[in-house]
Write a protein that binds this ligand. Structure first.
Ligand SMILES: [Fe+2]
Length: 248
C-alpha cells in the first residue's frame, strides 16, 4: 500500500476514534502492525504520544492489547498470562501493605502494568520458555515498550507509563555502565525503575520465573539469584524492599 494511502487510513482511524471518545461509543479496533514489523532499532522517544489521552487501564482493555499481540490460544500466551497474573497479584499484595497507599497507585494501573510488562517476549529467542523469535531475550523489555508506544500511536492512546515499566523491569534495572561493560544487546542508557509504578512491577516480577515450578520465590532465593549480578544489583533490590515498607 502506498505510504500516502496508509497515512489517510491512519488519519481516518484516529478521527473515528476521537468521535467514539466524544460520543462514549465503543472504540474501533486499531489497524494492526504485526509485532514482527516493529523495528528494535527505532530510536526511543521519551513521550511520543503526549497529545493522546492516557490509555484506559481496565482489565478488559488490557486483555484486548494482549490479544492483539498474541492472537488465539497458544502455549506461549498461556505461559505469559500465568506469569503476568502472578506478578499482578504480587504487585497488588505489595500495594496493600500499610504505608503504600501514600504512593497513589490505583489497582487498575498496577494490574495493567503487570499484565503488559513482558509483552515483548514473543519476539525473543528463548526456546526453554516457548519464545521462538529472533531478538535477544534481554531486549524483551525494550521491545515491549516499543510495541506499546507504536500501538498507542495507532489507537490515539498514551501507553507511556506501561511502556516505561516494560523497559525498566529487568533484574533491578540495567545501567548504561552495565550495557557498556557487559556489551549487552541494548542501547547504552539507563533502564532503571524510577516511578513508584516502575519500582512496583520490577520488584513483584522478581518473585516469579517463567520456568521451573513457577512457585513464588522466597526473599532468600531472590537475593541469592540476583547476587551473581553484583553488589549494586543487590543494593537496588534492598532499596526496592525498603521503598515498599518490606524491610531490607
Ligand atoms: Fe516478568
Amino acid at each position: 500500500m502506498a505510504a500516502s494511502a496508509s497515512r489517510i487510513i491512519l488519519l481516518q482511524f484516529l478521527e473515528d476514534n476521537k468521535k467514539c471518545l466524544r460520543a462514549d461509543l465503543p472504540r474501533k479496533q486499531p489497524a494492526i502492525i504485526p509485532p514482527e514489523k516493529v523495528c528494535l532499532h527505532i530510536p526511543a522517544m521519551t513521550n511520543p504520544s503526549q497529545q493522546n489521552p492516557v490509555a484506559c487501564y481496565s482489565p478488559e482493555r488490557v486483555q484486548q492489547v494482549i490479544d492483539h499481540f498474541y492472537p488465539g490460544e497458544t502455549p506461549l500466551k498461556q505461559l505469559l498470562l500465568r506469569h503476568s497474573r502472578q506478578v499482578r497479584d504480587k504487585a497488588l499484595a505489595i500495594l496493600a501493605m500499610p504505608g503504600n497507599e501514600r504512593l497513589g497507585l490505583s489497582a487498575d494501573m498496577a494490574s495493567a502494568a503487570a499484565m503488559l510488562h513482558d509483552l515483548g517476549i514473543g519476539q525473543c529467542h528463548a526456546p526453554s520458555i516457548l519464545c521462538t523469535g529472533q531478538e535477544p531475550y534481554l531486549a524483551h523489555g525494550l521491545i515491549g515498550a516499543r510495541l506499546l508506544r507504536d500501538y498507542g500511536r495507532q489507537t490515539g492512546e498514551d501507553w507511556e507509563a506501561c511502556a516505561r515499566v516494560c523497559e525498566r523491569h529487568t533484574g533491578t534495572g540495567i545501567t548504561a555502565e552495565d550495557v557498556r561493560r557487559q556489551q549487552l544487546p541494548l542501547p547504552e542508557r539507563d533502564f532503571l525503575p524510577e516511578t513508584p509504578l516502575e519500582k512496583l512491577i520490577c520488584l513483584a516480577d522478581k518473585y516469579f520465573s517463567k520456568s521451573g515450578d513457577l512457585q513464588e520465590k522466597t526473599r532468600d532465593q531472590i537475593l541469592r539469584e540476583l547476587s551473581r549480578f553484583g553488589p549494586k544489583t543487590v543494593r537496588r533490590l534492598k532499596d526496592l524492599w525498603d521503598f515498599f515498607n518490606l524491610g531490607q
